[in-house]
Design a protein around this ligand. Structure first.
Ligand code: HEM
Length: 538
């Protein structure tokens, strides 16, 4: 920026004026929280010491937050308070605290934080996952769950079976690219005959390579959304009056990114939907998709309903793709690391399915060990280690502490899912933990889905049935036809693997993926190889 012109000088002065006002705003916010706490004669929950003005900003710049937050839980207790630039953030570190607040007091703990960058600058207030708790959120969520929820998610089973069949073919041909294949699998689940799973399930669009335009656009959108949503990352979220500050100011979102983003979001939200409608009109969408089903049911009617269908379809990709990719990658890692578990699962598949056909959803009741592997995968590698942030609507009191309205409230799902009191040897991959002493699958009391895998209360993951179906099927298909083992180095020695969670390459936050690793993937036999080829020849 050129400061030599009167206009630039004026802009410069304006920036520092706004910054000064911002500091004032922070001071007012901070003192209002302490004042309200004092009025109740209570203190805020304990937590690491905060510095003046920036609070715990430096504590929050951590590489593996799940470990730090879990340590805080051990040091300070079930409820930990930190403050970043005047914003209270409360971590809930036990299943009791998440249940007491997210479930039992859900009317005040189900809001989302208002993030000016996401909502106002990037214009994402149409995404119900980010919407405040209220009627519009409720309406969109209901529409979404009517297709992806427990009663109707089964309509996507044919798409999911088809997508998993294609996954096997790719793993057979290029096993070393397994992460790309997994990514493709969970991208396309929507409606047509030839692709993978989320875009197919949502729109009926077929995508054949990771370079496809739909995927590239969707991934760019996700990456920016995730960057924009990081608590404490952008100054404008702490001080909304800084919305207009120029890009050179520390903490400002890069403005050139915004323009590019707005084009991509238009492509994701509107172009994919328009393409899907056109395919429907031309009779080119042979399998059911979210869009085709809902347009048939309500669609062609009201504009408002059509807008909701279009918006919900765009959300399916954002919410469902990266999460599922992280979970299946963790499964592959677990099989390479725990050959005994793999063998036991394959014995069950050989007994109940055999090697002359691929498994199907109807086999599930005979495959309890595979269900246990799926549950353990979701627990062992917690894809959303700190859930998505909720926001507290009203001042509250919990365990004798003052919980200020407007606090961001985060369930420490990783900590709960690795709590040795609930899951002994939590770092070990042990599907056996879900069986009772009679050897029957009996996971209800410690079902990881109840302890944070899919979040909490009224904001609980709106696509969990669909997600579990997808994961179960992909795991079953892989185990019945392929062997996963350790890769070999140049001297033929096995290369050990270990779970090292990291933020997704795509989004860094809030989704976690296992760090990159190598493994070998080979057909179990000539017969299973022939089965994969035959299944893909239709
Ligand atoms: C392994 C896969 C998945 C995991 C681990 C997962 C996990 C989560 C978590 C932790 C939340 C936050 C809940 C909260 O705020 O308390 C969430 C929300 C959500 N998920 Fe999932 N999810 C997965 C797959 C999917 C899929 C496949 C879809 C769509 C088909 C989906 C759609 C959503 C939506 C729409 C929300 C926002 C709900 C709301 O704000 O009302 N998810 N998910």
């Amino acid at each position: 920026m050129d400061f030599s012109t009167p206009r630039a000088d004026a802009q410069h002065i304006a920036v520092f004026l706004v910054a000064g006002l911002g500091v004032l705003f922070l001071m007012v916010r901070l003192s209002s929280v302490s004042l309200r706490a004092k009025q109740h004669g209570l203190s805020l929950p304990p937590g690491p010491k905060a510095l003046p003005f920036i609070g715990n900003l430096l504590n929050m710049r951590m590489k593996q937050p799940w470990e730090t937050i879990t340590k805080w839980g051990k040091q300070y207790g079930d409820v930990v308070h930190v403050e970043v630039l005047g914003q209270s953030i409360i971590f809930l570190n036990s299943a009791k605290a998440t249940s007491d607040l997210f479930e039992k007091r859900s009317t005040i703990y189900s809001d989302r934080p208002r993030l000016p960058l996401l909502n106002d600058i990037l214009g994402l207030n149409w995404i119900f996952a980010l919407m405040p708790y209220g009627n519009i959120w409720r309406k969109h969520r209901r529409l979404f769950v009517s297709m992806f929820g427990p009663s109707d998610a089964h309509i996507f089973n044919p798409v999911q079976e088809h997508a998993s069949t294609r996954l096997l073919e790719r793993l057979l041909k290029k096993p070393e690219d397994f992460r790309d294949h997994i990514r493709l699998l969970f991208t396309i689940a929507s409606s047509s005959h030839s692709g993978q799973s989320i875009l197919m399930s949502a729109y009926g669009l077929d995508v054949d390579s990771c370079d496809n335009h739909y995927i590239t656009v969707a991934e760019e959108v996700m990456s920016i959304v995730a960057d924009a949503a990081r608590p404490g990352r952008w100054l404008v979220d702490s001080i909304p009056m800084l919305k207009k500050i120029p890009a050179y100011f520390p903490g400002a979102f890069e403005h050139q990114k915004v323009k590019h983003f707005l084009k991509n979001i238009r492509d994701l939200r509107e172009t994919s939907y328009a393409d899907s409608k056109e395919m429907l009109a031309n009779g080119k969408s042979p399998m059911q998709s979210f869009v085709s089903e809902l347009l048939e049911k309500h669609g062609h009617a009201k504009e408002e309903m059509e807008g909701a269908i279009r918006d919900c379809a765009a959300i399916a990709y954002g919410a469902g793709s990266d999460t599922s990719v992280g979970a299946l990658a963790a499964f592959v890692l677990a099989m390479a690391q725990y050959p005994g578990v793999q063998k036991k699962a394959q014995d069950q598949l050989d007994t109940f399915v055999g090697s002359s056909r691929l498994p199907s959803f109807s086999d599930r009741k005979n495959l309890p060990y595979i269900t246990a592997i799926m549950k353990e995968t979701l627990r062992w590698h917690t894809v959303v280690p700190q859930g998505l942030p909720h926001c507290l609507r009203e001042d509250d009191i919990y365990n004798g502490y003052f919980m200020p309205a407007g606090s961001i409230v985060i369930g420490n799902s990783w900590g709960i899912l690795h709590d040795p009191d609930i899951y002994p040897d939590p770092m070990e991959f042990k599907p056996e933990r879900f069986f009772n002493s009679e050897g029957e699958l009996d996971y209800a009391a410690i079902d990881p889905s109840k302890y944070g895998v899919f979040g909490y209360g009224r904001r609980y993951c709106a696509g969990y049935t669909y997600a579990e179906n997808n994961l179960f099927l992909a795991i079953t298909y892989i185990l019945s036809t392929l062997d996963i083992g350790l890769a070999k180095d140049v001297y033929g020695r096995p290369v050990p693997v270990a779970l090292r969670p990291t933020f997704s390459i795509l989004s860094r936050l809030p989704y976690s993926h296992p760090s990159s690793f190598k493994c070998s993937i080979t057909p179990r036999s000539e017969q299973t190889k022939a089965l994969i080829i035959q299944a893909n020849s239709f």
